[in-house]
Ligand binder design. Structure first.
Ligand code: SF4
Length: 321
């Protein structure tokens, strides 16, 4: 059986997290996403049940906390091999964790069960909830997430909106972009419109960076990432949109290491070339030379979008979440 507590693991969204895997294998989920890094869903279900007695979690977490430096942790995060809200004991687990640690508790959910009142009540116990929204059209949703037959996209979206109104914690969203599946401009716009109604604290645009369940799945290219970032920003505001493309971020200022700093910024969002030039010229003599070097080395790419040129970091095959 997989460890119920693992890590710490680094994550750009959540810093350093201790992971809680509350859904034991075989993979049990209400979706069978084409890009899932865990492979196909073995048990496609929406039925909630108990998987672990909370005493097992208490024992495993106590042991782990005695081995790590808690000051180095940012979150304790439910990120299981499947959908964490299928666990009926979720709220009991959260209470147990709070008895053992004062670290904030997060959960990465596909949000499919959020229209159920009990599930919303359980999610209210968390400090941070990350929801998934890969499609806003029924047909594309079925294609990318391959949901359990009793799920309904409108009900899920309505459930998320109700939850948002009630939830005092931090709500973030993740949208995975798959080339040729949900990458049409019209669909990205629809997703952005839905997200603006949900009003997350932050909306992440992600691409698959680990082997997907279906080997034909391809991430969108840099041009599409820039386009999507701009569309999301129009709906949500630039400060609420970030890219998750497989790199660690490290702040926004250009400091003593301009190359590293520029790459860090471009990890999170595309940078307008004129803006990159402006901020680099404060600390280095020849920004053009540096930008050219980064483009020629393949670290960054110049992308034109609606008459402007952006610097965007090239994708690579590593993901932190
Ligand atoms: S919701 Fe998450 S665990 Fe479930 S199939 Fe999709 S990516 Fe995999």
């Amino acid at each position: 059986m997989a460890d119920i507590v693992f890590g710490p693991v680094p994550s750009r969204r959540l810093g350093r997290s201790l992971g809680i895997n509350n859904i034991p294998p075989p993979k049990r989920c209400s979706y069978s996403c084409i890009y899932c890094q865990l492979g196909g869903t073995k048990i496609l279900t929406i039925e909630r049940r108990q998987f672990y007695d909370t005493r097992i979690l208490r024992k495993a977490l106590s042991k782990k906390l005695s081995e790590v430096n808690e000051d180095d942790l940012d979150y304790i995060t439910f990120v299981p091999d499947g959908e964490p809200t299928l666990d009926r004991s979720l709220s009991e687990h959260v209470k147990t964790i709070r008895e053992l640690s004062d670290k904030p508790i997060a959960i990465l959910t596909n949000s499919t069960l959020i229209s159920v009142e009990d599930v919303r009540r359980d999610l209210m116990e968390f400090d941070l909830v990350s929801i998934k929204l890969d499609a806003a059209s029924e047909e594309i949703w079925r294609k990318i997430n391959r949901p359990h037959s009793s799920l309904n996209l409108r009900e899920i979206l309505d459930g998320v909106k109700i939850f948002r109104r009630e939830f005092p914690g931090k709500l973030i969203s993740e949208t995975m972009l798959i080339d040729g599946v949900n990458s049409e401009r019209s669909e990205i716009k629809r997703i952005a419109d839905e997200l603006s109604k949900i009003d997350p604290d932050k909306a992440y645009i992600a691409i698959p960076t680990r082997p997907p369940a279906e080997n034909w799945v391809k991430p969108v290219d840099e041009e599409k990432l820039v386009e999507s970032y701009e569309i999301f920003s129009e709906s949500l505001g630039r400060d609420r949109v970030e890219l998750l493309i497989g790199y660690e971020g490290a702040g926004f200022k250009i400091g003593r290491d301009p190359v590293r700093d520029l790459l860090s910024i471009a990890t999170i969002h595309p940078i307008r070339l004129d803006y990159a030039h402006q901020i680099l010229s404060k600390s280095i003599h020849d920004p053009d030379e540096l930008i050219e070097r980064l483009v020629n080395s393949g670290e960054m790419k110049l992308v034109k979008y609606r008459g402007r040129t952006f610097l965007v970091r090239r994708r690579r095959e590593i993901c932190e979440d």
